[in-house]
Design a binder for this molecule. Sequence first.
Ligand code: PLP
Length: 401
Amino acid sequence: MADNSSRHGKATRAVGAGRRKEWTGPVVNPPIWRASTHLYESEAERKAALPDNRDGRFYYGRRGAPTQWALADALTELEPGAAGTVLYPSGVAAISGALLAVLSPGDVLLISDNSYEPSRSMGLGLLKRLGVETRFFDPLDLAAYSDLFCDRTKAVWLENPGSLSMEVCDIPALTAKARERGAVSLIDNTWATSLGFPALERGCDITVTSLTKHISGHSDLMMGAASAGELLYRRLRITSQQLGQVVSPDDCALALRGLRTMPLRLERGMQSALQVADWLAAREDVAHVLCPMRPGDSGYELWQRDFTGGCGLFSFVLKGRDEAARARLVDNLELFGIGYSWGGFESLALPFDLDRIRDAMAWPKADWDTGDRWGVRLSIGLEDPADLIKDLESGFAAMDG
Ligand SMILES: *Cc1c(COP(=O)(O)O)cnc(C)c1O
């Protein structure tokens, strides 16, 4: 069992996580072990290794080598309640790998309606073909959610805050209901990471993170992870091995490098995001700022209660403008790139339109009397926030220009 007892603060834990002598030798970081074949000393040793399916046991490249094990260990140590972590070639591979580990034909899966779009497509696509039925729910409506359960409900997929629209839901309440009904709770915890939301302690059974975002932190790799307690960890591991999912040691070394500075980057991203969000909220041409870290936001109370940190990702919605105006705004930003992903050192702006990817929740939100709907998600990077604000100011000026 990893030492994930939170004896130390977040930054201290991120610096020390996974740095075992067996992985690093006499240097600070684990060497990059590029390996498919692992050689045995003897036939007896090869035979003895076969049933021992654990990290840290040489077998064959598909089960990894010390560079991968060091990263998996580090993530387990940072996740209170986890017995192990499986690495995947992308965040989406972690999502599909985790769902395939717990679902069988005939099962019903409940998916939070504001989940990341590829998680929704997994339910509507591959899982449907495999005979799993998906039902979407509004994570803010506990009564309707409770009514959706049936004897075949085997898993609940959560994300907090919700993708793009950033609602915060009551994870302890949602997972307690799932547990009572015998369903496994899985969460996409990419926004907060284990440092900002200890998902297993809040009632989730499996926590999934896209390492592409905050852990990498430098927009140069793709990877995902899923962590769980002993029993589910073993199911995740066996499923990922059956699917043949491996990650490269080079990418693991980069991810470990990113991990060491992640607490600093998260904190700085959050502080800058709050400055930018306050500035946006004061503008006449902004209808809504969707940022649960901000006092007054509808998700703020739950965020304060359940989270131990935030990050630089939030959204806003334009007031009284159209799609073309929004395009003029983002096209005239210089410091913000237009693109997918987030959590890198550089700022990004992503226009979004939720009309086609919500079933149980309204967009524009039901309580928005103006009906404004043209949203932009900002990933606030490590630039000086004053420069980002100036950049946005020029964008807004061009929007109506
Ligand atoms: C990007 C993202 C993922 C998927 O991660 P990839 O590494 O891009 O496959 C999953 N969940 C959320 C919330 C994300 O933003």
